[in-house]
Write a protein that binds this ligand. Structure first.
Ligand SMILES: [Zn+2]
Length: 433
């Protein structure tokens, strides 16, 4: 009895402690000098790497006696051939090939450059194989033979902001504010369901962005994720917000201040960079049949072979030939929605009965069936009745999963307060004060 009591007491104490600790850490993190500087600096070097290096230096106290050689992989070349040119013994190459992760070194491409260290007896001591700006594969010698390790350089993630007013094109204004082409593209993707950045933004519209930049050894190497953004249109009458939700490094999506998914259950169109050649028209004169026949879809023009994407998640319920449609695919989506895509030159990899995700390529533009030229014919049905895909109001995509909601409430209101501090007329504000 007493035991149970003390255990309960212990749990309660623990819970209270955790709660207080959590509250304190949140309070402090939200009030620190650089309030939104998420500690995302990575130090992924495995513990053992350190040991190996120590062993290496210990057994080779004077690395000065090593000779550093640089070798380039030739066309259709191999690691073995490169080492051979450096007069490293075939037995050593064989030993490397026997290592269980040897592929990290042996999968080479022509033009790759390796740095190789040999000791005064011309024994191989180390190989450095840079794979990218931030990753290298290394061969090191230990008391127990060679080992291959992956070495990641720590990237610093910084948070920056950009804001501005559109004075011509959005692209020009965003560039001027310091956003990279990649971030500009990301931004227009995030708002793609609500704003057509190339056509709908006008002079006087404003934008504010909080985004991450990546640094390696203090040098900028590229933009990271967009954390939050605000677009105002119509002299500030219309405001759009986007806030990121992520799980570790994986971006779950972007949501507005009410937790509404910025994505819709359907893409605006099944092809990128579209040209609409024929709209939905119940009284159209058919060019092949030479009589009035309703056009119950939208036609998109484009070159033969243009990839066609499933506009929403769903199951392929038809994939085959139809007299008018030619090669076509029909997808059943959740609820009451069906989409149809016709006149393909060829199908994508998804077969009848398979599930596809929004954006998956289900086929390629062609001119099969009753057509006069290459195009995609796209139909959208609600409860099996045709509607105009350009006018139908798409349902929202899945709302934010419950597990993220509490955290999102905190992070989005914090980011919103940071957005409010940015002045839309200032072109660039580096870092938060
Ligand atoms: Zn059509």
């Amino acid at each position: 009895m007493k035991k149970t009591f003390s255990r309960q007491y212990l749990w309660k104490t623990l819970l209270v402690t955790l709660f207080v600790a959590g509250f304190i850490s949140f309070f402090f993190s939200a009030n620190a000098n650089t309030p939104f500087e998420p500690k995302r600096t990575q130090h992924p070097l495995p513990e053992q790497t350190k040991n190996i290096e120590q062993t290496t230096t210990a057994s080779n106290p004077s690395t000065k006696e090593w000779q550093e050689l640089v070798v380039k992989i030739r066309k259709n070349g191999s690691l073995g051939a490169a080492l051979d040119r450096l007069k490293i013994s075939p037995a050593t190459t064989h030993a490397i090939n026997q290592l269980k992760n040897s592929h990290l070194l042996t999968k080479v491409r022509s033009g790759d450059q390796l740095t190789v260290w040999v000791d005064k007896h011309h024994q191989l001591q180390k190989i450095l194989y840079p794979k990218s700006q931030t990753l290298s594969h290394e061969l090191v010698k230990t008391e127990n033979g060679y080992r291959i390790i992956e070495k990641k350089k720590p990237i610093d993630i910084r948070t920056e902001t950009a804001s501005g007013t559109i004075n011509g094109s959005f692209y020009v204004a965003a560039k001027k504010a310091g956003l990279s082409a990649r971030s500009i593209m990301n931004l227009s993707d995030i708002f793609a369901w609500d704003i057509d950045f190339s056509r709908e933004l006008q002079v006087g519209d404003t934008f504010k962005v909080i985004y991450e930049t990546k640094y390696l050894n203090g040098k900028y190497i590229g933009d990271g994720s967009i954390l939050a953004a605000e677009i105002t249109r119509n002299k500030g009458k219309q405001t759009h917000h986007a806030f990121i939700v992520r799980d570790e490094d994986k971006v779950i999506g972007y949501y507005d201040e009410n937790g509404r998914n910025l994505k819709k259950a359907f893409l605006r169109s099944p092809v990128d960079y579209v040209r609409i050649t024929s709209k939905y028209n119940p009284k159209r004169f058919h060019p092949v049949l030479k009589r009035t026949r309703p056009h119950r879809g939208v036609d998109y023009g484009g070159p033969q072979g243009t990839p066609i994407r499933a506009t929403g998640d769903g199951k392929i319920v038809f994939r085959g030939w139809g007299k008018g449609y030619g090669r076509h695919v029909k997808i059943k989506h959740a609820g009451k929605y069906t989409t149809l895509y016709a006149h393909f030159s060829k199908f994508g990899k998804y077969k009848k009965g398979q599930y596809v995700k929004q954006g998956d390529v289900i086929g390629y533009m062609g001119k099969t069936g009753m057509v006069t030229g290459v195009h995609l014919h796209y139909e959208f049905r609600v409860n099996n009745k045709h509607v105009d895909p350009l006018k139908v109001k798409f349902p929202d995509a899945q709302p934010l999963a419950k597990e993220y909601r509490a955290e999102f409430k905190k992070s989005s209101s914090f980011l919103l307060s940071q957005l409010e501090r940015l002045d839309g007329r200032t072109n660039i504000v580096r870092n938060f004060e």
